[in-house]
Write a protein that binds this ligand. Structure first.
Ligand code: SF4
Length: 375
């Protein structure tokens, strides 16, 4: 019987076994409302290189977009569907595209489409529930947003997220920017996007870069591994930087993908060379099916310390952040840690929440030689 059928892995995952995992994942995704596998051609080339170098499909790039063996077995307990409580922060009745959690900024999700699908995605439940991507929907939801902002003059920033806003057609982006820039209260339009890692060709149209520059947006990428910052990506970044578009990165800390200080350091250094400033490293949230990617809090804090100890101050400023039901929390917000039960209490602005730590027996660190297979 195969390792897949028994659930007892032996050796590394072969391409044939990966094909079985992919098929089995299709059933799991349909049952548990997870995103289906979607790997753009550009990223597939990188997967092919990774497979050729390693001889198996357990490399960091594969782990981001293809299901691993432990996708079907690893469960950590205390996992929830919506850790950050997005659904309680949707203020417009009937709309699932507007999230208002912090007084000064609003999240707008004009599309549920992404250029590729990440296995670790923290927002799968919202995306799989999301609206159809038709122009009428974008226009209607934009109307909702503009009306809502009219009632909230304290909001000065709109964050476009999704889905991936940069998969939208130019005319939709143009419409969104025009309507938002017509509001004097809006000082900043921020776009969260992984499109550049998945499909840099989307930036091939100079009109798109013109539009982003004219709208004076901030682009926040989600590069999670240094091999995502390749020459094609650097070429686009240099064109964006030449137009003086402000470029940032934040990314999740993921077991088996980037859970080694050498990977983290290389990623933020490569991005800095490309004029991209890394802001935050996000802790994986304890949502359903997150166990293959989570780490113990002890190991997360040790990685943060190792990065701080071995890097210059511009890297030291990167914040390790846990998104939570009460907002963004960091290590200084920990007020109690019950090691017997794994319950960690965070307190921020007078509000507290309990974070279930990841069980140490499940936390098998990524191996440096696999994580950095190019050496
Ligand atoms: S690009 Fe972002 S929103 Fe889309 S699947 Fe990946 S993590 Fe989720």
């Amino acid at each position: 019987m195969s390792a897949v059928a028994t659930g007892q892995p032996s050796g590394r995952t072969t391409p044939a076994e990966q094909a079985l995992l992919d098929a089995r994942y299709g059933e799991l995704a349909a049952r548990d409302r997870l995103l289906p596998i979607k790997v753009p051609a550009f990223y597939q080339l990188k997967l092919d290189q990774e497979l050729a170098a390693l001889g198996h499909t357990e490399g960091p790039l594969h782990r981001m977009v293809r299901p691993t063996r432990d996708r079907f077995t690893a469960r950590a307990g205390h996992e929830v569907a919506d850790w950050v409580d997005d659904r309680s922060n949707m203020p417009v009745p009937g709309s699932q595209t507007i999230i208002h959690k912090y007084a000064d900024r609003v999240l707008f999700m004009p599309t549920s489409v992404c250029a590729g699908h990440c296995q670790y995605c923290f927002r799968q439940d919202v995306l799989t529930d999301a609206h159809a991507d038709e122009r009428a929907v974008v226009v209607r939801e934009l109307d909702h947003l503009v009306a809502y902002l009219g009632s909230k003059p304290e909001v000065s920033e709109v964050i476009l997220s999704g889905g991936d806003p940069l998969t939208l057609p130019l005319r939709d982006l143009e419409l969104i920017f025009r309507r938002l820039r017509a509001l004097p209260q809006i000082r900043s339009i921020r776009i969260h996007s992984r499109t550049l890692a998945f499909a840099p060709k989307i930036f091939g149209d100079p009109a798109k870069i013109d539009l982003l520059a004219e709208a004076d947006v901030r682009l926040v990428f989600h590069f999670a591994h240094p091999y995502e910052v390749c020459d094609d990506v650097r070429e686009v970044l240099s064109r964006l930087a030449a137009r003086r578009i402000r470029l940032y990165n934040h990314f999740p800390l993921l077991r088996g993908v980037n859970d080694h200080v050498d990977v983290l350091r290389r990623l933020v250094e490569d991005l800095d060379d490309a004029r991209v400033r890394t802001l935050s490293v996000y802790l994986p949230e304890p949502i359903h099916h997150s166990a293959p990617y989570r780490l113990t809090l002890d190991r997360i804090l040790a990685l943060q310390d190792a990065l701080t100890a071995s890097t210059p101050s511009w890297i030291n400023a990167i914040r390790f952040t846990l998104d939570s039901p009460v907002g963004k929390a960091r290590r200084e917000h920990i007020t109690a840690w019950d090691r017997a039960t794994g319950r960690v209490t965070f307190e921020k602005d007078g509000k507290s929440f309990v974070y279930p730590d990841f069980p140490s027996e499940l936390d098998v660190p990524g191996e440096r030689d696999v994580l950095l297979w190019r050496g």
